[in-house]
Write a protein that binds this ligand. Structure first.
Ligand code: HEM
Length: 449
């Protein structure tokens, strides 16, 4: 009996010591921090789903309003939440070589599609993927795809006309629009989601983004203990969905090669590269994985942002009227004059301020470094995470007066304040930033207004 009690006691003490051994990390360095609770650290409300990520980081942000940064614990691991803009610039831009990785990663064996997303890769592999996508999303290449986007806009206009005055689930509509644009511009597939919302392709896209309890657990495990996902071969994306997309792209490649069909899309760019070389540069799986980056990183982000714009315009129709006036003044929007629609741009920026898709943005410290802000020094060791609390910064009244008010004039013909991070910050900023998201979404809004 005593043996069992002593063994259990030893196990509990070992677990306790393992969980708490690092809880003095910030104290030892003299950095203001928030006292962690056992096991949860400072993210209990997040784990128990009592608050969303943005709210949790807002709590951290307001704990020490006069400090440039605050130390917290994401369960057992120390994390520095940056408040001061110079400190943010130092970590995310100036000292990028010490903070070049994101927290998340996908194992190519378990998640062949996800492992090619720049967002999920680290080090040299990230650099190569980033260069590949930047090259393939040059302004000229996107311009070539613009007519394909317009075709989808016409389908959507038709859909809206047919709906007449009936209520529309806007998140679903934005998802249909994004599905059709991406499938047309990337794979050359007309997925026709407006006329046939239950088609197989659309169903698989929806499955790709299903947020189940299991997904949340896997996501959390991945950021906290990536080794567990690797050992137990746990994948983020359902295996049948990955297989489906790899097969779709493979079939398209075979069809185009066999029938000598060409199209002005992303897939064609890779097929052309293969043709130039004796040994194919990209396998079918590579092509499927590269193409999926547009869905994985661009689908939920763009369609959510679009849905919020429509929501805000519906409850503030005066701004919709102003966009209409601007359209009447500037005429038809096209690729060349898209930048002239300043009020529309201000509405989009104000929406992304109020509802940023990335509620907080993080980087992992990849080599020991000391950051400083005024007299404060922040000695950080490899593995510590730094975070921009985007949601909190976007609602700080010292930066954005009356932060809860929807006021596009904050951005109308003005440069945004430096604390505006809808697309992240530094060399890892969003790849779809200007060329895709804003430009095609602008056309979309014009159709709706
Ligand atoms: C309104 C739409 C979008 C928003 C608000 C958005 C937002 C973001 C944010 C906040 C990040 C993290 C940046 C950072 O860590 O500093 C990101 C990364 C990324 N986004 Fe977007 N995004 C949007 C659309 C797109 C689209 C359409 C694509 C398609 C190509 C895309 C591709 C990416 C990629 C590849 C990354 C990872 C970049 C890297 O780690 O190097 N995004 N996005």
């Amino acid at each position: 009996m005593w043996d069992i009690i002593i063994t259990l006691l030893c196990i509990f003490i070992s677990i306790y010591l393992w969980v708490t051994w690092n809880y003095d990390y910030w104290k030892k360095r003299g950095i203001p921090y928030i006292e962690p609770t056992f096991f949860f650290g400072n993210i209990k409300d997040l784990i128990l789903m009592r608050k969303h990520l943005g709210e949790v980081y807002a709590d951290f942000y307001w704990k020490y309003p006069d400090e440039p940064a605050v130390g917290v614990f994401k369960m057992l691991w120390p994390q520095l939440v940056l408040r001061d803009i110079d400190l943010i610039k130092a970590a995310f831009i100036k000292e990028f070589s010490s903070f070049h990785d994101n927290e998340f990663q996908a194992d190519p064996g378990n998640d062949p599609l996800l492992a090619y997303s720049p967002f999920m890769t680290k080090g040299e592999r990230w650099k190569a993927l980033r260069t590949f996508h930047s090259h393939n999303q040059s302004s000229g290449k996107i311009k070539g795809m613009f007519p394909l986007m317009l075709e989808v806009c016409q389908d959507m206009s038709q859909f809206l006309k047919e709906k007449g005055g009936q209520p529309i689930e806007t998140k679903e509509m934005c998802g249909q629009y994004t599905t059709d644009v991406v499938s047309s511009c990337i794979f050359g597939l007309k997925s026709n989601s407006f006329q046939d919302p239950d088609n197989e392709f659309r169903k698989k896209v929806l499955k790709l983004f299903e947020r189940t309890w299991m997904f949340n657990i896997i996501f959390m495990l991945n950021s906290l203990f990536p080794i567990i996902n690797k050992i137990f071969r746990i994948s983020f994306l359902p295996k049948d969905v990955s297989k489906f997309f790899i097969k779709v792209v493979s079939d398209f490649c075979d069809y185009r090669i066999k029938n000598k069909v060409r199209r002005n899309d992303f897939l064609q760019q890779m097929l052309d590269e293969n043709e130039k070389s004796d040994v194919p540069v990209y396998s079918h799986q590579d092509m499927a994985s590269h193409s999926m980056t547009f869905f994985l990183d661009g689908y939920e982000t763009s369609s959510t942002m679009m849905a919020y714009v429509l929501y805000l315009l519906s409850i503030h129709p005066e701004h919709q009227e102003r966009i209409r006036d601007e359209i009447n003044e500037e005429g038809v929007i096209d690729y060349e004059n898209v930048h002239k629609f300043k009020y529309l741009e201000a509405v989009i920026n104000e929406t992304m301020r109020l509802y940023p898709v990335g509620l907080a943005i993080t980087r992992v410290c990849t080599k020991d470094i000391t950051l400083s802000a005024g007299d404060r020094k922040y000695p950080l060791t490899k593995g510590v995470i730094v975070a921009i609390p985007t949601f909190a910064l976007h609602k700080d009244p010292a930066i954005y007066p009356d932060p809860e008010v929807f006021d596009p004039n904050r951005f109308y013909e003005k440069q945004p304040p430096p604390q505006f991070f809808p697309f992240g910050m530094g060399p890892r900023t969003c790849l779809g930033k200007l060329i895709i998201s804003v430009k095609y979404s602008k056309y979309f809004y014009v159709q709706c207004c």
